[in-house]
Design a protein. Structure first.
Length: 577
């Protein structure tokens, strides 16, 4: 049962255990709620039999009923709400840990808004259903079976009068289940599209205003909101009609019990006490079933959220063992990789990047250079061949262990809305303030940091919005220097910088690259002419490997790159004649 609950609602193992306990306490609460009715029947029986009841007996009965009911309600409250909110926190942590183990390629193929919705909105919906609907529903179903058997033993016709309308209502809900799920799924899909559009409109304000698209975007968002409102109304109607119909049918059980019971009473087949008991039970069961039908509606409502969480967990995670590496040559053997099946971006790539050497990757745009760097750092996992460091295949090394040995400086720098000090400290979280400042000095950050209002304690805004591109890039180099990793990967880090910033960054790189295994991509071919090894790529394959002078003679692709680079440097803007 525990495993079944875990599978049905995509919750953790501990959460499934707590939910099972909440189902038990829910069942006990429903049973305890019968105790006032049982006590009343006991009193009425004595009254009809003209048997007196002492005040002590009456008071003790009321106290006992109140005590039992309170205890079970208290246990149920803790089991249902307190543990559910803890499960909500555990579930978010579990999803976050799952995301941490996924390759970067997964995030390039998945909408990030979709992921944030799963982490926040989907878990929130699941949390509400677990605390208000799931355990109550399962507890009631168990209680319903228990009560059905008991009442059938007492009087089958009257029991059938209570439960027949309920079975009809349940059948109606069951037949409309897929329709309700489909409507809810469509509505939540529309909400996610709305989130995407709003996020896009916020992030691209500069472009929207520059190209005078404000009215167009406003109209688009308005139309989407109108569409989502209509979809919401339709989903509510498709959920509301089966629920309203079921509730109406359930109410028939009270009239049916009175009709059948009165007939049986006048035929002397049931006593007045039994008839009264069945009428009261019909009212109680009808009220309880109506609440459960609403709960079932909420359980159907979370179907898409559960599927999203399950799909996330089903993605293949990056596994591996923690290892210690002593040598840092990187060897590639026939490496192949595709973003999509049948479309190879990297095809049969083999070379060795040696320790204490600089290996440069060059080639036309789209040839697979950046993808190859991501494979080397295991941000993506290759599908063919092998990449090994110190003789150990990197796909068998845990990412936590592997990343200890690698510093990556990409063209697009990611910074956090925190202080300069803490952004650099990400390179090595345990580093002291003095070590962070030393890394900043070696990365030529000191000059612009001193000009900031609070120096190292200055908050730099979302993704370093308060800094220039060159300043942000120098901070990323400071991180890499602080990390002191033996393998350094650089991807077009000066492509969008002015000459002054590029000069400062090149000076800081001299310290960063010392005694390291370095793999670099640079569009400025002059900067890599003295590299120990240049790997020329075209269409995901190796076109040539060697030093600058050798490749000028042997590689047509490299020669064309050099010629193109020279033409760009010689280009001058001029008015048309």
């Amino acid at each position: 049962m525990k495993k079944r609950l875990q599978e049905l609602f995509a919750i953790t193992d501990h959460g499934a255990g707590q939910l099972l306990y909440a189902c038990l306490t829910g069942f006990l609460v429903y049973v305890a709620e019968l105790s006032p009715l049982a006590l009343m029947m006991y009193y009425i029986k004595h009254i009809l039999a003209h048997q007196g009841l002492s005040l002590t007996t009456v008071v003790l009965g009321l106290v006992l009923v109140a005590f039992v009911t309170y205890v079970f309600i208290y246990l149920d409250y803790n089991a249902t709400y307190t543990t559910t909110y803890q499960e909500s926190a555990d579930l978010r942590i579990d999803i976050a840990e799952t995301l941490q183990k996924l390759p970067l390629s997964y995030f390039t193929q998945r909408d990030l808004t979709d992921l944030s919705q799963t982490l926040m909105s989907d878990v929130e919906r699941l949390e509400h259903a677990l605390s208000h609907a799931v355990s109550k529903t399962i507890g009631f179903v168990t209680y319903f079976v228990f009560l059905s058997v008991t009442l059938c033993v007492i009087n089958l016709p009257l029991a059938a009068s209570i439960f027949l309308p309920i079975f009809v209502a349940a059948l109606a809900l069951s037949l409309s289940k897929n329709m309700q799920k489909k409507a809810v799924k469509k509505y939540w899909k529309q909400l996610r599209e709305n989130s995407d559009s709003f996020q896009e409109a916020i992030e691209l304000q500069e472009e929207i205003k520059a190209y005078n698209l404000t009215d167009t975007i406003h109209q688009k968002l308005y139309q989407q909101m109108e569409k989502s409102e209509k979809t919401h109304i339709i989903s509510e109607i498709l959920q509301g009609i089966p629920i309203s119909f079921s509730n109406s049918v359930i109410r028939l059980s009270i009239g049916l019990v009175i009709l059948v019971g009165t007939n049986l009473y006048f035929q002397h087949q049931v006593s007045l006490l039994v008839l009264l008991m069945f009428i009261l039970l019909a009212i109680k069961v009808s009220d309880g079933t109506e609440d459960i039908i609403l709960n079932i509606g909420e359980i159907l409502y979370i179907d898409s959220a559960v599927k999203n969480i399950k799909e996330l967990r089903a993605i293949k995670q990056q596994a591996g063992q923690d290892v210690t590496l002593n040598k840092f040559d990187i060897e590639l053997k026939n490496v192949g990789f595709s973003y999509k099946d049948g479309q190879k971006v990297i095809n049969g790539v083999s070379f060795v990047a040696k320790q204490n050497e600089i290996t440069a990757l060059v080639g036309p745009s789209g040839c697979g250079k950046t993808t190859l760097l991501r494979l080397l750092s295991r941000l993506y996992d290759y599908q063919e061949g092998q990449i090994a460091i110190d003789g150990k295949e990197i796909q068998k090394i845990s990412t936590n262990s592997l990343f200890n040995y690698i510093s990556i400086v990409f063209q697009d720098v990611t910074l956090f809305d925190n202080t300069i000090l803490e952004n650099i400290r990400l390179g090595r979280p345990e580093a002291s303030d003095d070590e962070v400042k030393q890394a900043a000095y070696l990365a030529n950050c000191q000059e612009f940091i001193e000009k900031l209002p609070q120096g190292y304690e200055t908050k730099i805004g979302e993704n370093g919005a308060k800094l220039s591109g060159g300043e942000r890039q120098r901070l990323s180099i400071a991180r890499a220097i602080l990390k002191k990793a033996p393998i350094v990967i650089l991807d077009e880090i000066t492509s969008s910088l002015d000459i002054e910033n590029e000069k400062m960054i090149q000076e800081s790189l001299n310290y960063l690259l010392k005694d390291k295994t370095v793999i670099i991509i640079s569009h400025r071919l002059k900067s890599i002419e003295n590299a120990d090894k240049i790997v020329v790529m075209k269409d995901g394959r190796i076109d040539g490997i060697g030093k600058h002078k050798d490749l000028i003679e042997k590689s047509v692709v490299y020669r064309e790159l050099i010629e193109t680079s020279q033409k760009i440097e010689e280009f001058k803007y001029q008015k048309n004649a």
